[in-house]
Design a protein around this ligand. Structure first.
Ligand code: SF4
Length: 335
């Protein structure tokens, strides 16, 4: 659970019951409280890139989502559901590091009802087709769920609408409040997993592998469709054995054969590398361009991926291992 060092309330949020409840809650804690009149977030300290990053990651903003238009979320969903932005985790390779600015604060919204109402309009527009919403496009929503209950509300909202589906992904484990939600099988919860060696080195403040599997088991037992994203996979010497052990452990705990796997090898862009080095100057992430193959990207951002030979072996290894423990049909993609 996210325990912020400071909480900034947008004044408009205090017009909502949820905003008042949260103000009361944080006033009773040893937390710095600030207010923002016009929605501009100021007052987060920090001089160096690292300080700004750490202070941003320790700040919770309680706001109102005014702009109700949703961003598209291709190819995995139709729309992003804007419940939360930012994440308390500090994964060195986080995709948010290039998107959230220098002070990546975590923002929650007190007007979940209005956000879901807007989702309802999008569903109506696309009928009779089904509309899929992604709840973790710009965040990991689990660590702030205890404050908002927004995921549970969304799960029940989509659970009651047979023209919608909902999905989100997490590296955290506080799922108990979701177990009795009326999801009707319409929400897929995906867990992003990795070997503990990678989690310890790079995924600071997130939960360990066994904890994530235990949480996945709980939501699976509660009837949710589930999936695993294995990412990023590092093709270091002897990686096969480590990842095979990880898969075997997963199989031993999960008695659900209906699990979808997405497997993503490590890759980086020049821009991401620059950002990572500013905040984590001593990172041990493997980011030597000369050891990788450059792949031109859609928007001018080329990526450095593993070489053809490495990718071929890696794809064969994961295809064989997942097929052996589950089946080939459980593989969504391996890239
Ligand atoms: Fe980013 Fe996910 Fe790590 Fe949070 S848990 S820092 S969203 S990669």
């Amino acid at each position: 659970m996210f325990n912020p060092k400071r909480v900034i309330f947008e004044e408009a949020a205090l017009n909502y019951e949820k905003g008042q409840e949260l103000l009361k809650l944080f006033k009773n804690q040893d937390v710095e409280i600030k207010y923002s009149k016009n929605g501009r977030i100021t007052g987060i300290p920090g001089k160096t890139d690292k300080e700004m990053f750490l202070e941003g990651k320790s700040t919770l903003v309680v706001g109102v989502r005014k702009k109700l238009d949703f961003q598209s979320c291709k190819p995995s969903a139709h729309y992003q559901l804007p419940l939360v932005s930012g994440c308390m985790g500090m994964c060195e390779y986080c995709y948010l590091n290039t998107q959230m600015g220098k002070k990546p604060y975590i923002k929650i919204h007190v007007n979940t009802d209005e956000i879901l109402e807007k989702a309802g309009k999008y569903i109506e527009e696309r009928k009779p087709d089904i509309t899929i919403f992604e709840g973790a496009a710009t965040s990991d929503p689990i660590p702030v769920e205890a404050y908002t209950g927004a995921l549970k509300d969304a799960i029940e909202y989509f659970g009651a609408n047979d023209k919608s589906l909902f999905r989100f992904v997490t590296k955290f484990t506080e799922v108990d409040s979701l177990l009795n939600a009326k999801h009707n099988g319409r929400t897929t919860i995906r867990f992003s997993i990795n070997i503990n060696e990678a989690i310890r080195k790079y995924e600071h403040k997130s939960e360990d592998f066994q904890g994530r599997i235990a949480a996945a088991k709980k939501v699976s037992d509660a009837g949710y469709p589930i999936g695993f994203i294995i990412a990023p996979v590092f093709l270091d010497e002897g990686y096969e054995e480590k990842y095979y052990d990880m898969l075997k452990y997963t199989k031993s705990i999960m008695d659900n054969n209906n699990i979808m796997f997405e497997v993503i090898s490590h890759r980086f862009t020049k821009r991401a590398k620059e950002n990572i080095l500013k905040v984590f100057p001593k990172t041990t992430l493997p980011m030597e361009e000369e050891l990788r193959k450059f792949k031109y990207g859609q928007f001018g951002y080329g990526k450095y991926i593993y070489t053809n030979e490495e990718m071929k072996n890696y794809k064969e290894f994961f295809t064989k291992s997942i097929s052996e423990l589950w089946s080939k049909e459980n593989i969504n993609y391996i890239i």
